[in-house]
Design a protein around this ligand. Structure first.
Ligand code: IPE
Ligand code: IPE
Ligand code: MG
Length: 244
């Protein structure tokens, strides 16, 4: 059988990869460490994964960093995660910016702590002219909420007479989602062995290929990314048409 690495180097990479980075807590638990240690290691793997995606020529990478349901976790863990985010933005922004990475954030950002929101907008502003890789980070993100917010905006426009109900189609609807302007993901990877969406990109993943990699996120390496891309290339994307 052909090695995953050589295969993925020959074929074009998927233009847009989305990742549900799961398993930080279990990684820490297996080592008798606090959960934050898993999140710290997970943040390092985020940096490496961004680099690998750039090397492989991936145009868009979308990462699920904090879901709208993750507020159910203990306050101490949520605070630790927000602290890591602050640190990451402060430490890596210049490097990401120099590397040609454009940063975007999706999710209900107004629900985040005030001292996190400003650095997020600052990161978007400082990197907006970059085009090597669009890195979208989902924070306080929930797919259902995103859809409801889009419906609300359209309903408001219709009620105010700025929009005819007949004008609402899939394209217009998609342009009111947080991901407006970003193509739908071609490949979605979830680590840790769980096989569910957990409210991620529900609208956008209508025809996304799902690949489940059974390693915990802190153990995710370039070889796993290449394995997922290899699996993606083996899929026959039919979009509802007959098989050839
Ligand atoms: C993913 O790892 C990180 C976040 C959800 C923020 P988890 O913290 O969910 O790790 P497990 O699933 O408990 O192992
Ligand atoms: C999904 O992981 C959210 C992120 C990776 C940020 P969870 O660990 O929160 O998902 P569930 O609870 O196992 O579905
Ligand atoms: Mg989890």
């Amino acid at each position: 059988m052909e090695a995953a690495t050589s295969y993925s180097q020959k074929a074009d990479p998927p233009a847009h990869i989305a990742i549900i980075m799961d398993g930080n807590g279990r990684w820490a638990k297996a080592r008798g460490l606090p959960r934050i240690a898993g999140h710290q290691k997970g943040a390092e793997v985020v940096r490496e994964t961004v680099t690998h995606c750039r090397e492989l020529g991936v145009a868009c990478l979308t990462l699920y960093a904090f879901s709208s349901e993750n507020w159910k976790r203990p306050t101490a863990e949520v605070d630790d995660l927000m602290g890591l985010l602050r640190l990451y933005l402060r430490r890596d922004l210049i490097e990401l910016s120099r590397a040609g990475v454009r940063m975007r954030f999706i999710g209900d950002l107004r629900g985040l702590p005030a001292d996190v929101i400003d650095p997020l907008y600052e990161a978007e502003r400082r990197t907006r002219d970059n085009s090597d890789l669009v890195l979208t980070v989902a924070l306080n993100y929930g797919g259902r909420n995103e859809i409801v917010q889009a419906a609300r905006k359209l309903a408001e426009a219709a009620a105010a007479g700025r929009l005819q109900v007949q004008e609402i189609d899939e394209q217009l609807f998609a342009s009111h989602l947080d991901t407006a302007g970003i193509p739908d993901p071609d490949l979605m990877i979830r680590t840790s062995g769980e096989q569910r969406m957990s409210n991620f990109l529900l609208w956008q993943s209508a025809y996304t290929e799902m690949v489940f990699i059974p390693v915990l996120w802190p153990d995710f390496r370039k070889s796993h990314l290449e394995e997922a891309i290899h699996e993606f290339h083996r899929r026959d994307r039919r979009y509802g048409a007959s098989s050839g």
